[in-house]
Design a protein around this ligand. Sequence first.
Ligand code: SF4
Ligand code: SF4
Length: 295
Amino acid sequence: MIEIRIHGRGGQGAVLAAELLVHAAFAEGKFGQAFPAFGGERRGAPVQAFVRLDKSPVRVRYRVYRPDYVVILDRTLPDMIDVLDGLRPDGVVLIDSARPPATLSWSADAPVYAIPATAIAMEVFGQPLVNPAMLGALAAITSEISLLSIQDAFQRRFPGSLGEKNGLAAQMGYDHVLKPDVLPVRVTRSPHVRGVGQASAPDAGLGAPGHPLHFGLVVAPRTSLAYPTGGWRYARPAVDADICNGCGLCVAFCPDSSLTIVEKQAIVDYMYCKGCGICSKVCSRGAIAMMSEEG
Ligand code: SF4
Ligand code: SF4
């Protein structure tokens, strides 16, 4: 049996990817299971999906704790959660990233394939639909499921031209991995991985004079204080101090209480701001621009 753990964010299609992998396995006469694990948060929150594939019926029913393969659909995730947790010694990692894997933060040593799935998706769909390229790459790396079965699974789910586009993106992911110069990069554990093992007890004096301010505060155990949700952002709000007049409209609309006004200036708490962009939309002065986290 092989076990696969897919990490993504809500809305990215980790669950669909898991489901289609198993459909592809069924078409090849194999057995499998796919199921997700969600937190209590919204679109953009980290999610996991689990896959087991075998030649015999799969009877175990629990999360994948010792994956043979880890598939990461969002390159910001290694910075905030332990995506390599439990990876088997001979396990392999795939991540959607155009950057060399060694430039990312990793919580363990592992061989990592960087797949330019977003670039492929933008070329094929004009949108960052990374699933097909990642599954195509997985097919090339594992040889557990054929590319054709994955393409068929997409075609059955999205009949017509959309299915064909998915098939093309899967082919491009597959072909990328088979290029002679594409090899897994052996990454090593980063000395400090943000978000891993850092859930901390709330500071009793939080916000009091002389104590740090964290505006995104929900005063119940294990809620926002314990989770620095700023790591979920794709884009960050940047306030232009010369334009902002401190009217406070953005503060009123921020769904995560991550803005406050200090000396007639809007200040963002990047520890908790999830980058929804609402503040930028509501500011009638155009004082807030959303900037890519990747620069
Ligand atoms: S809404 Fe715009 S002008 Fe008003 S406080 Fe926020 S950033 Fe400043
Ligand atoms: S982008 Fe703006 S509105 Fe959204 S969470 Fe961050 S500060 Fe709040």
